[in-house]
Design a protein around this ligand. Structure first.
Ligand SMILES: *Cc1c(COP(=O)(O)O)cnc(C)c1O
Ligand SMILES: [Zn+2]
Length: 424
């Protein structure tokens, strides 16, 4: 049984049957899954969800599948951490970190969207799946496809971090590196989806894929004790996650599972790739595509497919946006590690750095609930952190040598090695 109603154009409302489709025939608007919320009343309850599996599939009634879940049976239900140490550092009262750096099995939020997309690919009868990726999506598609017995093609820009490349290759996908940036990869993948009868998860399965991102928002609401944070800061790449977190919040409100506290969503981007935040700051509805230049490669998308809806939802919610420089991103990665013991990749550093700016500027009040969405794991991108720390000493296995080191570092505050001195 499913509560799925149809695919519906976000622009003109035309309805389509559930099929692999990305856009409306009338106006090329994107199509989105529509549900019968009336039919859910009394059936989709806090209790029905709480009695579900400890995975994102506890929200299956709000996801676009017909049969049993078949992929990502252990994905989702990542920790929501009350980040008191970080809160103190930032001077705010109530701060949470939603930690998808611990998502299973590939340590990013992408395991959510892929779980739904590949379950749908199996329902549609595809034998080959693929994606255009900035790294984490390739990693997740390769892993889930291997477990599901599907053939996979993953297409990535040629210059990604080794952790993501090798991390993907181990699962045995066909990987193709494209000379160009993500937007070039994506354009090629649209042509591939047209020509070959494959399920390209973020192209012809996009309406189903994107629905998986809602589970990040559902979990925040449930884990907060069926309550929404007043302010949620979300990183933006192609623009899937932010509108879907907002949609998840609205669905929880519609179903009466949480009170409507008029939740606000905020967009976080790197300064070297901030088309959406630029539009928000200028008060424009349409963004201008950019050529990305940032260490936050997983969110380096200069022409985001759903950027328009990010701007729209941020504005409608009363939120705002911020962008962070590479230096601020690295500092925020270290701050999160030092205060909460979480190692995130530059995308997560971006989100925290932007949250800090929004707090500093007064856009986010210090005495209201704040949630920062951490979407990826730092162990996949260790190379960006390599110059950030002093060399560790190498000694003979003699206590006297160790004693010397203890004396030397006695003045250094705890919390890790200091930065290396600038001069040699
Ligand atoms: C893909 C990704 C995002 C957000 O991407 P959207 O396309 O905007 O949903 C954020 N962080 C990480 C680490 C990602 O891999
Ligand atoms: Zn339309």
């Amino acid at each position: 049984m499913s509560f799925v109603h149809s695919l519906q154009c976000k622009e003109c409302g035309t309805q389509y049957p559930i099929e692999p489709r990305t856009i409306c025939d009338n106006d090329f608007g994107p199509v989105e899954v529509a549900y019968d919320y009336e039919a859910m009343r009394g059936k989709v309850t806090r209790a029905s969800i709480e009695s579900g599996p400890r995975s994102l599939w506890r929200y299956r009634d709000l996801l676009p599948i017909e049969g049993e879940p078949r992929v990502g049976l252990r994905s989702g239900m990542t920790p929501l951490i009350k980040a008191d140490n970080l809160a103190k550092e930032l001077g705010v009262r109530e701060l949470y970190v939603k930690d998808d750096s611990a998502n299973y099995p590939t340590f990013s939020y992408k395991d959510r969207v892929v779980a739904v997309a590949l379950t749908k690919a199996l329902e549609f009868g595809f034998d080959t799946v693929g994606c255009a990726s900035t790294g984490n999506l390739a990693h997740s598609v390769a892993a889930h496809a291997a477990a599901a017995g599907l053939r996979s093609f993953v297409m990535i820009p040629h210059d990604l971090e080794e952790g993501k490349v090798v991390g993907s290759l181990v699962f045995g996908p066909r990987m193709v590196k494209i000379k160009g940036n993500y937007d070039d990869v994506n354009r090629l993948c649209s042509q591939i989806a047209d020509k070959y009868n494959w399920a390209i998860v973020n192209v012809n399965l996009r309406p189903f894929y994107t629905e998986g991102a809602k589970t990040h928002g559902f979990e925040i609401g449930e884990q907060l004790g069926w309550r929404l944070p007043r302010h949620t800061v979300v990183p933006v790449a192609g623009g899937t996650l932010l509108p879907k977190v907002y949609k998840a919040y609205q669905e929880l409100i519609t179903l009466g599972l949480v009170d409507d506290n008029e939740p606000r969503v905020y967009a976080a981007q790197a300064q070297g790739c901030n088309p959406v935040v630029d539009a928000i700051e200028r008060g424009l509805n349409l963004f201008k595509p950019q050529k990305p230049h940032t260490i936050a490669k997983s969110i380096a998308i200069g022409n985001p497919a759903d950027g328009y809806y990010v701007v729209n939802d941020v504005n409608q919610s009363g939120g705002y946006g911020a962008s962070a420089s590479d230096g601020e991103i690295l500092d925020a990665v270290k701050l999160l590690a030092r205060t909460e013991g979480i190692f995130t990749e530059p995308a997560g550093g971006t989100t925290l750095a932007c949250a800090m700016k929004l707090i500093e500027s007064g856009r986010i009040p210090r005495d209201e609930t704040i949630c920062v969405c951490i979407t990826g794991n730092g162990l996949k991108t260790v190379e960006v952190m390599q110059d950030q720390f002093a060399q560790s000493p190498v000694i003979d296995a003699k206590l006297a040598e160790f004693d010397k080191i203890v004396q030397q570092i006695a003045e250094v505050p705890s919390g890790g090695s200091p930065r290396p001195p600038v001069t040699a």
